[in-house]
Design a protein around this ligand. Structure first.
Ligand code: 2F8
Ligand code: CA
Length: 127
């Protein structure tokens, strides 16, 4: 059997890093199709692990439902957050409803960006 091709194991969970780019919604759909979802970040260790892919990526974070109320794709609230200082800023009212890891060289690396932007993404499989 070929199992978990292209997935990386970290602390009991499998992660998939895309090699192409998509909108947040299409990225999420790709994860769901793979039996996973966009990554949910619960710890400093996980945040630092994800930075090691050295890519700008969509994560499972959105305030689509209520502007300014950020939730994970499993509908839970944030326990820890790693926003870039000054973010989330809904930049110039451009409706930035989706969360990305924008920088991989600093721990506080999350930015809110327009969901139709095309970047890489990371899926996480629940154990
Ligand atoms: O300066 C921070 C700002 O940078 C960009 O806007 C100029 C980002 N937009 C995109 O990446 C599309 C903003 O989200 C970010 O806040
Ligand atoms: Ca922003």
């Amino acid at each position: 059997v070929r199992r978990q091709q292209g997935w990386v194991l970290f602390q009991n969970r499998f992660y998939y890093i895309s090699s192409d780019t998509k909108s947040w919604q299409d990225s999420k759909a790709d994860c769901v199709q793979k039996g996973a979802d966009l990554v949910i970040i619960n710890s400093k260790e996980e945040q630092n692990f994800l930075r090691k892919f050295k890519k700008r990526v969509w994560i499972g974070l959105t305030d689509k439902e209520t502007e300014g109320v950020w939730k994970w794709v499993d509908r839970t609230q944030l326990s820890k957050s790693f926003w870039i200082p000054g973010e989330p800023n809904n930049f110039e009212g451009k409706d930035e409803d989706c969360g990305e890891i924008r920088y991989y060289d600093q721990e506080d690396s999350w930015n809110d960006a327009p969901c139709d932007m095309q970047i890489n993404w990371i899926c996480e499989q629940a154990p």
